[in-house]
Unconditional design. Structure first.
Length: 387
């Protein structure tokens, strides 16, 4: 009997790409310091055209994809967003628009409703105008408040996302009160995961353990008060865990991202991984990309693992953790995620957490006291792309 190759075995084990994320554009009116978009996004040109996005939808749905996220950048920058939503509805996707709300007006939300959009997730940077606008380097707080009103008026569930970090985590109580005022049904308090622009700003954004614990206490007390009126999800930052999360439930397991230029990714940050042969939808079908491409089979299953992951009984729970985190912290994407306290590189995480416990020069920045941060903008991206 012929031996089964690791790639053939990985293909056999792979299910369909149930969750499809289309990053329709890297264009965005905000300049958030924790953006997960690649720092070299200025290099990405020639966004997919409408007909190419529609083909991606048809091919992914034929493979079994059911959940569709529409993100960016800011997806409202695409004039064909409504056409993409309409095709997704025709195909049977459940559609989720992930937006800053900038560009959402009465005309567009009516058009999106008519096209069949199911769900809108709105982001805020903070509960205060000052810090919201500081963190995004824009004046957008009132625009977001108006977007929230539009979402309610058109009978969408109010779903709020706020990324937490050192500069706003002490405002969790006020953020939840804001969410209550605007009628949020679901709130995701998503502690920053350190990729993309957040990685550049990690030393300014990583909270202390004391801050995280205090924020969790505030969140628990708020949950008890509001009961079932609001579902609140508090996502603990990886650096404060002893075991890594099962990143994307294992790369190439359920999640497929398509970047604005057509690059297909097993997670939204994977284009940073050196040597990962990532395919492009302009050159290959979704079926070949998902099942047969080297890029999607590279970290499927367990055959790629080094020790201590290879012999770890928890590998079927966490799949070795995050490959991007392993690469950023150790320089090798095959290493055990340093979040794991069994990793020989765990000290890189504990040392970062220890530094975060030290007071910083400006804990509550005023407009005139801005800490040194890399804002996500084209000029910085062009500069970083050359470095």
């Amino acid at each position: 009997m012929n031996a089964v190759s690791p790639i053939d075995e990985a293909r056999r084990r792979a299910g369909p790409p149930l969750w499809l994320l289309l990053e329709l554009t890297y264009r965005c009116p905000l300049h958030c310091v924790y953006c997960s978009n690649p720092v070299e996004f200025a290099r990405v040109e020639q966004e997919l055209e409408t007909h190419e996005w529609l083909r991606v939808l048809r091919e992914a749905r034929a493979l079994g994809a059911v959940q569709l996220g529409l993100s960016g950048g800011e997806p409202l920058q695409r004039k064909d967003l409504e056409e993409i939503v309409a095709e997704a509805r025709r195909l049977g996707f459940y559609t989720n628009l992930i937006t800053s709300g900038i560009g959402l007006n009465e005309t567009r939300i009516r058009a999106l409703k008519e096209a069949g959009l199911d769900h809108i997730q709105l982001s805020f940077q903070d509960s205060t105008r000052e810090l919201n606008d500081f963190l995004s380097s824009t004046r957008t707080f009132e625009l977001k408040a108006r977007a929230a009103e539009l979402i309610r008026r058109h009978d969408y569930p109010m779903v709020l996302n706020v990324v937490l970090h050192r500069l706003n985590i002490d405002h969790v109580g006020e953020i939840l009160e804001m969410a209550e005022r605007i009628g949020a049904e679901y709130v995701e308090l998503a502690n920053t995961q350190f990729y993309g622009w957040a990685w550049l700003n990690r030393d300014r954004l990583l909270p202390s353990r004391e801050q995280v614990e205090r924020a969790e206490q505030v969140t628990r007390a708020f949950r008890e008060r509001v009961g079932e009126r609001m579902r609140i999800y508090f996502v603990v930052p990886d650096y404060f865990e002893r075991r890594p999360k099962a990143c994307m439930n294992g790369l190439g397991s359920v999640f497929l991202t398509i970047a604005p230029d057509g690059l297909a990714l097993p997670c939204h940050s994977a284009r940073m991984l050196p040597g990962l042969a990532l395919p492009n939808v302009r050159e290959a079908s979704i079926e070949w990309i998902w099942y047969d491409s080297p890029g999607f089979n590279r970290f499927r299953g367990f055959g790629w693992m080094k020790e201590p992951c290879r012999s770890c009984p928890e590998k079927e729970k966490d799949f070795g953790g995050c490959r991007c985190q392993a690469y950023l912290l150790t320089g090798d994407a095959e290493n055990a995620d340093p979040v794991c306290d069994l990793s020989p590189h765990h000290h890189l995480v504990t040392e970062a957490v220890a530094r975060a416990a030290q007071p910083q020069e400006t804990e509550k920045p005023q407009v005139t006291e801005k800490p040194v941060l890399f804002y996500r903008d084209r000029r910085n991206s062009e500069m970083l792309s050359l470095s």
